[in-house]
Design a protein around this ligand. Structure first.
Ligand code: DC
Length: 237
C-alpha cells in the first residue's frame, strides 16, 4: 500500500441497482439474516416526493422547499419495512404510482440529495448496515466493505414490479408499469449527481435467472467471508 496508508472500510453492505430489481426484499432479508440495520434510501426520496405532493401545485417544483423538506425529514423505518413520517404511516402511500412518477424530479435536485446523503451516512455509520439505492457504493459509502450491483433484464423487472403491486392489492397495468419503469430507469442513469452506475469494486449479481433467496445467500456469503465485518467463523443460522 503506498506510504503505508491505511484504508478504513465501513461495515456497510451497499446494494445498488435499477428499478424493480428486488433490492428492497433482498436488502431486508440480508439485514435480518446478518442482524444488521436496513436502510431503504429510495423510501427517503419517496417521502420527500409524497410530502411535496401534499402542497399546492405551484410549490411542488420549488427547489428550496424540496431541500427544506429533505433537511427536516425525520423518517422512521421499521424492521418490517414500515415507513412513518410525523406519526403517519406512509408505507403504502409512498409506493403509489403517482409518487413513483413524481419522485425522479425530487431525486434530480442536488440539495435534496446532499440532505438525504448526510442522513444516510449518519445512519449507516452507527452500526453494521445494509443500504440500498442507486448511489450507495459510489457516493454515500464509497468506502463500503461490500458493494453489490444487483441487476436483471428489463422484462423480468417489469414482471416483478407488477407482481409486487398486485400482491399489495394495487391495480397494476403492465404497459403503464413498463413505461414508468423505463422512464425512471433512464432518468436514474443520467442524473448529474448520484446517477446509477456500477462502482468499480462492486460485485455484479444478475438475478434474471434466479430468485431472491439465492441472491440473499450469495450476498450473505460475501459478507461472511469479508474480514471487515468480523463474522468469519460465526456459523450461518
Ligand atoms: O428504489 P426506489 O424506486 O424506491 O427509489 C425511488 C426514487 O428515488 C427513484 O426514482 C430513484 C431515487 N433514488 C435515488 O436517486 N438514489 C437513491 N439512493 C435511492 C433512490
Amino acid at each position: 500500500m503506498p506510504g503505508g496508508q491505511v484504508i478504513h472500510m465501513m461495515k456497510v453492505v451497499a446494494i445498488d441497482g435499477p428499478v424493480g430489481v428486488g433490492k428492497s426484499t433482498v436488502a431486508a432479508q440480508v439485514a435480518a439474516e446478518l442482524g444488521f440495520r436496513h436502510l431503504d434510501t429510495g423510501a427517503m426520496y419517496r417521502v420527500v416526493a409524497w410530502k411535496l405532493m401534499q402542497l399546492p401545485v405551484e410549490q411542488q417544483d420549488n427547489h428550496n422547499i424540496m431541500a427544506d423538506l429533505a433537511y427536516r425529514l425525520r423518517i422512521s423505518l421499521g424492521a418490517s419495512g414500515e415507513v412513518t413520517v410525523d406519526g403517519h404511516d406512509v408505507t403504502d402511500a409512498i409506493r403509489d404510482e403517482a409518487v413513483s412518477r413524481f419522485v425522479s424530479r425530487v431525486a434530480d435536485v442536488r440539495t435534496v440529495r446532499e440532505a438525504l446523503v448526510a442522513q444516510q451516512r449518519r445512519i449507516g455509520s452507527e452500526r453494521p448496515a445494509v443500504l440500498e439505492g442507486r448511489d450507495i457504493g459510489t457516493v454515500v459509502f464509497p468506502d463500503a466493505a461490500c458493494k453489490i450491483y444487483l441487476d436483471a433484464s428489463p422484462e423480468v423487472r417489469v414482471e416483478r414490479r407488477v407482481a409486487q403491486l398486485r400482491a399489495s392489492g394495487r391495480n397494476a397495468d403492465r404497459a403503464e408499469v413498463r413505461a414508468n419503469l423505463m422512464e425512471r430507469d433512464a432518468r436514474d442513469r443520467v442524473r448529474p449527481w448520484g446517477a446509477l452506475r456500477v462502482a468499480e469494486d462492486a460485485t455484479i449479481v444478475d438475478s434474471t435467472c434466479f430468485d431472491e433467496a439465492r441472491v440473499v445467500e450469495i450476498i450473505c456469503a460475501l459478507v461472511r467471508e469479508n474480514p471487515v465485518f468480523g463474522l468469519h467463523g460465526v456459523a450461518a443460522p
